[in-house]
Every structure is written in structure tokens, then in C-alpha cells.
Design a binder for this molecule. Sequence first.
Ligand SMILES: *Cc1c(COP(=O)(O)O)cnc(C)c1O
Length: 357
Amino acid sequence: MKRVHNFSAGPSMLPLEVLEKAQKELPNYQDSGMSVMELSHRSGLFTDIITQAESLLRELMHIPDNYKVLFVQGGASQQFAAIPLNLKKNGKADYINTGSWSKKAMKEAKKFIEVNEIASSEDKNFTYIPASFEVDPEADYVHITTNNTIEGTAFCEIPDTGNVPLVADMSSNILSEEIDVSKFGIIYAGAQKNIGPAGLTVVIIREDLIGHASAQCPTMLDYQTHSESGSLYNTPPTYGIYIAKLVFEWLKDLGGLKEMQARNEKKAALLYDYIAASDFYHSPVQEDSRSLMNIPFVIPNRDLDADFIKAAQEEGLETLKGHRSVGGMRASIYNAMPVEGVEALIVFMKKFAEANQ
Ligand SMILES: *Cc1c(COP(=O)(O)O)cnc(C)c1O
């Protein structure tokens, strides 16, 4: 069977074990004579799937009892609107602008709330995470993007926002390392990076933040709707939830987030160390702000980018093209990327450097 090393930023690779289990169960799930896609979302079999998915996620992330886990649709982008619509009280919110996704979140929030950019790294093309900022104690929430998928930066420390709820877009680094959920008011993530297939969005929300949506908030964006119904107000993305459950089981079998963090640190260190040692490649990101998940790198002679991408593809190393705003290359090495994939990439990078130096 042909399988490439897929470095896509999203949708990204899934563990082969998960795909194979899904394949085996596809036409006849648990002797129902149906696939999961064909099961009623109100059936006992699907109830078991969604219940297990939630309890596995709670176990993996040590989610405290006063938080709800919601499985919704619309992607992380839909949450950009849902957050102000649900949390608006004083009518203003603080945002830390660390890249393209933060900017999109701010642009959307401005439709509903006064947005104050309390820190930004735009002055240096988002190559670092701002170290200091002041939270307005009257702000309804503070929004951060914990991992900047496009720019390859990440918050190494979760900021302390006092009594103001911290809201985090964790789309591209959820489940990649241990975090303290109790520091957050809301964590949200589109599934297609580190959880499962596109179409599912996970929202982890402190209970006291539910039930305050503004009157104009659409029913489907009101967290209370999904909280009260156990994410079954309407038809949820059933197959995506099933695959997420398989991914959660895979993570648990491997040893949970502690083990994932160790693996991710090892993979990222291999690549960063090689880039640092090479005089051919260069990391555009400030050292103390580097992501474990998305690693951009550039070749000073930009004319070689297209050759690099093409030659890599010929060796089964896919989707390494950097985002147009950064240029160069980007290796996304989420949980499902084995260390062998990173090693294969480094072998190729050495070969390419030697041939083009
Ligand atoms: C991919 C991504 C998004 C967009 O997610 P959608 O599910 O496509 O809306 C938002 N924020 C971050 C950090 C991302 O990586």
C-alpha cells in the first residue's frame, strides 16, 4: 500500500492504525449491518460513540468537571463569531494578534464587540509571541491563538489573565502537549489538524460562560443549545466524532499527552537542530517562540523553493510548500507524524542542500 509522509498543515495526516480500524469497521459497525455514517445520531450505538469520545477527551486533557465538551460544526472560523455572541457583557474584548488566524478572529469579532488589540507581533511579520501586554479588567474575555499554524509560532507559557476569561484558538496544537485546562474559559479547535476529519469542531467551555448569549445569537451558535442537548440539538458530524474517538483511543494507548509531548518535542528538536546546524536552511521564527507543530524554513535563494517541493514530492514527502505569507517551506508535524517522517525529511533536506549549495 502506498502511504506518503504528509506534512500538510490541514487537513493533515491521520494515524494509519486509525484509518485501518475505520476501514475494518466501515461496512458493518459492531454487527449493526450499517456503517457509522448510516446510524441514527439518536441510536444506542452512536450514543456510545459520542459518550466515549467525550470521556476519552476529558481523560486525555484532564478536563475539570465544571467544563462542558461540545462537538459542533462550522470550523474554528465559526467560533470567531460565536465567542463574542456568547460572551458579550461589557461589550469589549482584548485580542493578542499573533498572525493570520488571530486577525481573522478579530475581524469577525468586530462585527459584534469592541475589539482591543492589546499586543501584536505584526511589526516583525509575526515571527515571535509578544511577551508583555496589559489586560483590561473590564474586558469580556482575552483571545489568543496558542499555535500559529501559518507563521510557526506558539505560546510557550499560557498568559495569566486574572479574572478575565482566557479564550484560546487551539486548532493546531490541541492534544499535542499537556496543558492546564483550568487556565482557560474556552478552548476551541477545528478537528482537521490534530483530532480527526474536517467538519467537526471541539469546544471546551467553563460552565459559567454558558447561558449568556445575546438575543440575536443564532440558536446554532449559542453554547447553551449544544450544552443542553449533549451536542445533539441537530445532526452532529457523526462520522467525524467517530474518527475523533478512534484518535483519542490511539492517543490513550500510546500513553496520553505526556507521551505525545515527549514525542513532539523530540520530532521538533530534530528538525530545528538540523536547520540551526545547516548553513543552507534558515528558520524565520524567533527561538523562544517556536511551534512544535508547524515548522517553517526558508532557503535564502528563493528560486530553489519550487525545485525543493518537486524533488521532495518525488521522494514521498508531500505538502511542504510554505504559506504564501511566509514563503519557503513548512513542515507540519502533528501527533500523527511519526519520527520516521521527520527523519526522512531531514535526510532529503541534507541531500538537497548538498546538491544545490
Ligand atoms: C486551521 C485553523 C483555523 C481555521 O479552521 P477552520 O476549521 O477551517 O475554520 C483557525 N485557527 C487556526 C489556528 C487554524 O490552524
